[in-house]
Write a protein that binds this ligand. Sequence first.
Ligand code: DMJ
Length: 521
Amino acid sequence: MLSHNGINIFILFLLHTLMPSNFVLTISNRDISSLREKVVSMFYHSYNGYMKYAYPYDELKPLTCTGHDTWGSYSLTLIDALDTLLVIGNQTEFVRVASALVKTLDFDRDINVSVFETNIRVVGGLLSAHLLSGRVGFQLDDNWPCDGPLLNLAFDVAERLLPAFDTNTGMPYGTVNLRYGVPEGETSITCTAGVGTFILEFGTLSRLTGDQRFEDAALRALNGLWKAKSDLGLVGNHIDVQTSKWTAQDSGIGPGIDSYFEYLLKGAILFDSPWLLEMFRELYKSIVVYNKVDDWYIWSNMFKGKYSMTTFHSLDAYWPGLQTLHGDVANASRTLKNYYSVWRKFGFTPEFLQIAHGLPIKGRESYPLRPELIESTMYLYQATKDPYFLEMGREILHSIETSCKTKCGYATVKNIITHELDDKMESFFLAETTKYLYLLFDANNFLHGESDPADNDLKCKMHSQGYIFNTEAHPIDIGALKCCHTKRIKEFETKVTPLPLTCKTRNFDARLSFGENFIED
Ligand code: DMJ
């Protein structure tokens, strides 16, 4: 029995005891290289299946081997998979499909899309592909990386998301029509992640193109959330973006909130922003007080601080990776081991698990090929080089390979107890799950490489300061952003003829700091 906020709760069916104390760490270089090859086969089996049976639809249905549109009818899986092609070294296929997308993608469509999903998957995927395309010389001109065809596509689709941010608070609606803006009668209730997960992509767009509207919109949204947090320093799950009233007051690290925390810390690193870091640290302190119990994280009411749900979610597993990025490796490692014990018990993690009983919640027993557990494993291995994490990766890979593979792809597990499958393969399987698995087993990948400091800040030397992954595992080159931003500022200050941009450049104000003067009372 443990006590949290004065209420006894049963934690926990001692998942720890399921941990293999006899883990034999015998992973050799040859094993690692064979694991890497297995991931590559996994990627190609699903990628080729998608291209053969589903493209140009958004996603593959891996049991019936057909395609269907899910998040927007814009060939989502291909956009999401673009940069993974380069991560695993297939430059030829990247050039072939990126050229096809540049010719065919048209976002001027009368369709309603999720602002959040379109941003993390489509804007993020295109920005990352743009920034990595220098590795293969894809349609580069003199102004690359501050210009380019993939950047123009990202700009176009992101501009169509901007009307969602036109609210009383600056926090966005959850849905927008790509052609007509916010649909008539659209609900003004958005989840917290749907408000706070824009700064990486929108800040990147502004830094590359000089169009400040994106960064400003993302900052206003973050400012709206910051002002709405409770006196306990917690945020809830859903908020009315017109009134700032919380409509769901459960506060935790997981679904509905997760990537808000992720974007504060990663944004702080990407943009060198003390303001974002300060917000992350403040919220982190409250999470430790009100949500952390024995290296598990549960839900609490944001105003009272009392726990509301003692559940674990597949999505929670990104948290140890974020803690690692923050330097909190010991806590991250303990929490990841807890989460991994769930995986070992069932072969997968369920969408919702009742921690006290160690069983999935009825109706939420699925595993839709999510990346979070492997993502955190990759971060922890990078931070510690402890082969334990390679063993974890091997088991995760084995489960997916054994239970999810179908004739034309990999399928969602409908029920982690029976291992029955569902006819669905989300695009993040190719964007994230296979990418993080590959990166775990590829110590020499350029994304892990030593940075290569630029000698001249006017010459955009790529790969100079490392990468930050957006929440859909799309890497953003930190140095490229700084370089384009510096160029724009210099242009602005010296009033030289602006770079000939194909992107529209409006509202450019060459601010030097990021957000620090932004907070509105
Ligand atoms: C992805 O689209 C992103 O990682 C997002 O932040 C959470 N959900 C999926 C993966 O599980």
